[in-house]
Ligand binder design. Sequence first.
Ligand code: SF4
Length: 329
Amino acid sequence: MTFAYVFGPVASSRLGHSLGLDLLGRRICSMDCLYCEVGRTDILTCERAPYVPAATILDELAAWRNENPGTHVDHVTLGGSGEPTLNSDMGRIISGCRTILPDVPVAVLTNSTLLHRKDVRDEAACADVVLPSLDTLVETEFRALNRPEKELTASGVAAALLTFRKEYGGRIFLEILLSKGINDSQENLALLRQFVPELAPDRVDVTTLSRPGAYSKAAPVDADVRAAWCDALNACLPAADPQQTGIFLRTGQRADFTQRDDRAVESMLLQTLSRRPQTAGQLALALSLPLDRVERALRPLLQSGTVAPLPSQNLQQQDEDPFFALADR
Ligand code: SF4
C-alpha cells in the first residue's frame, strides 16, 4: 500500500524511531516560518477543521502496522506538513493510535499557537510527550521569523504554554530555533532565561537550521552562539548523529530496512524527500540505511529528473554535501 499520511519510522534525536503521522496533508499552518523545511505555508490560518479525517489516518496506520510486523517504533509522532493541532480530529487520532499500537507512546509536535484553546490543550494532554516550539519572546522577532497569523503574539503563545504546563502531567520538550541576525538577540535570550524556568520543561533543545528553509533570509547561527545559548538555558546539545543520543540508545533497537528491495527504498526516499530536502547522509541516517544504498537509489531518480540537487543556502555543511529535493517541490 502507498501511504499518504504515515511516514517513517525515521531516526529522531529526541524521539528515537519516530513513526510520523501527517495531520494536514497540505501546507496548512498558523505560521509561515522563514526556516520551515516543509516549504512556504499555502494556507495561513488558526481555524481548526478535520483537514485529514481521523478515519483516513487511522486506516493507514492500521495498514502500516499489518505490513510492518516487528518494525520497532519508539513514538508515533503527530506532525506533518503544517501545524497538527489545527486538525480538529486530533483527540480521536491520539486515542486511535493507542488502540492500533497500544505499546507505543504518542508524541505531538506543535508550534504552540493553538494552546490558548481549552479543546486543544485537552486533546494534546492525551499525548505522552508534547514538543512545543517557541523561538522568541520579542514581538518584532516573532513577526519577522515566524510570520504568524495576524491575531497571534509571542506573549499570548508563552502564556498559553504556561497554562498547558499547569494542566498537563506528561513530558514537555521545548524547542527554540535560532536564525542568525533574527532571534539570536540578547534581548530574546534574557526573556527566555526568565520564561524557561517558569515553564519547567522536561527538556530544552536549542537548534538552528540544518536544512534549507522556505526563505533564503533564514540562516543558521554559528556553533559558538548555539553553545552559549544552550549553556544559558540549560539546554541539551544533541549530537549531530541522533544514533549517538541517549534516547536513541535507550531503545536498544534499530529499525532495519536493509532487506528492503530497491523499489521499496526508492519509495521511502521519495516519501521523505516530499517532506523536506536532505543530503544523502541525512537520508541514510533518517532511514537507517547504509549510505551507499541511498546513493544507489538516488542515482536513477536524479537521472530521471524526479529528484534534483538544491544549492546549500549558507548552511553549515562541513562536507559540502548537496541537498536533494523533489524536482516539483
Ligand atoms: S516550521 Fe512549523 S510552525 Fe513554522 S511554518 Fe513550518 S510547519 Fe508551520
